[in-house]
Design a protein around this ligand. Structure first.
Ligand code: EPZ
Length: 432
């Protein structure tokens, strides 16, 4: 079994280059299904979810060529609708972008159910609302989801009851080739929504308003190939910023867009970390810092990202006094707290709220990566704990972080990727 072992107590120093954003790359890779031609996508992170996405598309007839470590050519001209592998589709949540792309291009899709972190209920009712507004009939059975469109494709006006990244992406994908105009209201505003719109417009789509709560999609007849460069991963960048602060080190994260990091940078400054923003990098300096407590509520972008909540919780165990985190996106997202408490943290959880009593020493322990961001939070806990922390189920972490151990080692961390004799491997619930 593969594990990550961390020997704590070493502050992180130096600089790290941030990879392309997983949650931007995945919708754009699946969006290639809409394109009649070859797309060259640069700055793709080498993470397992991307590998699985390529396997899914190749199994459907797409041609995927590796040009370099982070650049791929994807040609879905001859892809067949409804032919994705249910086993592969069930390994990641982003596979549900096949719904929007196949429905958008062929008026039909049939796939297995997607995977996804099981830290909370993950409904898709808003996706279905969008497909039905666009003329689709959705059938969801135990083993598959099928969407048919009878008659000509058309535009629609769709108002999302909740801000949903996946729902916004799927309706954009389902409407770019439609025969009309689609208005998405209460749309997600995340940077990866904007990146998807830029990619699709480079392919000939007519999308305006991405990044605001109202997105307009004027349907076009066909999309042609293009070249696109994925935006930097704001969640990976934030993870390293928090790790630098937690270890009381000083780290510069390179290849970032500081504006995407504003909510985290402001929160780190508020608790006592020095932040310096440069053109495409941010310097975090927490040498000698003592951290003040704070309150955080995760919100849709530009609010504090839910995908940085577990990492921030670990940092706040080192703040003086009592901090509070409210999970504003999911009905809960605190499964990882049990392992943190076993490491010496004082945290009380009540469904959506965690009260962290800081100033506690953490000690090393054997812990499990329960999902992608919970897993990386355990690595940060190991970096500041006294002694050795062993993290199992690291498949979850490798789904969303490109060379995490190598990048941390480059910053001076004592962290190792080890293989131990197979025990009863606790299968990682497919996570993001
Ligand atoms: C994306 O998930 C990300 N995953 C998640 O990142 C991220 O946490 C989430 O957006 C929020 O930013 C990918 O991009 C692959 P949502 P998604 O639809 O699209 C509710 C990570 O760590 N909702 O924005 O599935 C939902 O229950 C992962 O990289 C409905 O009620 O999230 C949640 O409470 C974890 N009905 C809220 O909306 C729906 O039809 C936001 O979910 C859809 C969503």
């Amino acid at each position: 079994m593969e594990k990550i072992v961390v020997k704590g107590g070493t502050p992180l120093f130096g600089s790290v280059d941030i990879s392309g954003m997983k949650n931007a790359a995945l919708p754009i890779i699946f969006a290639c299904v809409l394109v009649n031609g070859k797309c060259t996508i640069e700055n793709i992170p080498r993470v397992r979810d991307v590998e699985i996405s390529f396997q899914i598309l190749k199994g459907m007839g797409a041609v995927v060529n590796e040009v370099s470590r982070n650049t791929y050519e994807i040609d879905c001209s001859n892809i067949k609708a409804g032919t994705s592998s249910p086993a592969l589709v069930s390994k990641l949540r982003a596979s549900y972008y096949l719904w929007g792309t196949e429905f958008g291009r062929f008026g039909y899709t049939k796939t297995g159910h997607p995977g996804g972190c099981n830290f909370a209920d993950r409904p898709v009712d808003q996706h279905i609302k969008g497909f039905e507004a666009l003329g689709g009939r959705v059938v969801s059975e135990t083993d598959f989801v099928e969407i048919h469109r009878d008659g000509e494709s058309k535009g629609a006006n769709i108002y999302f009851d909740v801000v949903t990244v996946g729902g916004t992406v799927n309706v954009m994908l389902a409407s770019v080739l439609s025969g009309g105009v689609t208005i998405i209201e209460n749309a997600a505003r995340e940077p990866h929504i904007v990146d998807l719109a830029i990619f699709l417009n480079r392919c000939g789509a007519k999308i305006t308003g991405a990044g605001t709560e109202i997105i307009k999609v004027r349907g076009v007849k066909e999309l042609h190939g293009c070249t696109h460069d994925i935006i930097p991963d704001m969640i990976e960048a934030g993870t390293f910023m928090i790790a630098a602060a937690a270890t009381r080190g000083a780290v510069t994260v390179n290849n970032v867009i500081p504006k995407h990091m504003e909510s985290l940078s402001a929160k780190l400054e508020e608790i006592g970390v020095t932040i310096e923003e440069l053109d495409d990098s941010i310097r975090v300096d927490a040498t000698g810092s003592s951290f003040r407590p704070t309150r955080i509520k995760t919100m849709p972008y530009p609010g504090f990202p839910t995908d940085m909540q577990p990492q921030m919780c670990v940092l706040l165990t080192q703040a003086s006094g009592q901090s509070m985190i409210t999970e504003g996106i999911y009905e809960t997202r605190f499964r990882y707290v049990d392992d943190l408490v076993r490491m010496g943290a004082q945290i009380k959880v009540d469904t959506r709220r965690a009260i962290i009593t800081g100033g506690t020493e953490l000690h090393g322990a054997d812990v499990t990566a329960l999902d992608l961001r919970a897993g990386v939070a355990m690595v940060i806990a190991g970096l500041i704990a006294d002694g050795e922390t062993s993290i199992s189920n690291i498949y979850c972490i490798e789904r969303g972080y490109d060379d995490l151990v190598g990048k941390l080692t480059g910053l001076g961390a004592n962290v190792f990727h080890v293989t131990v004799p197979d025990e009863a491997v606790k299968e990682c619930a497919p996570c993001e």
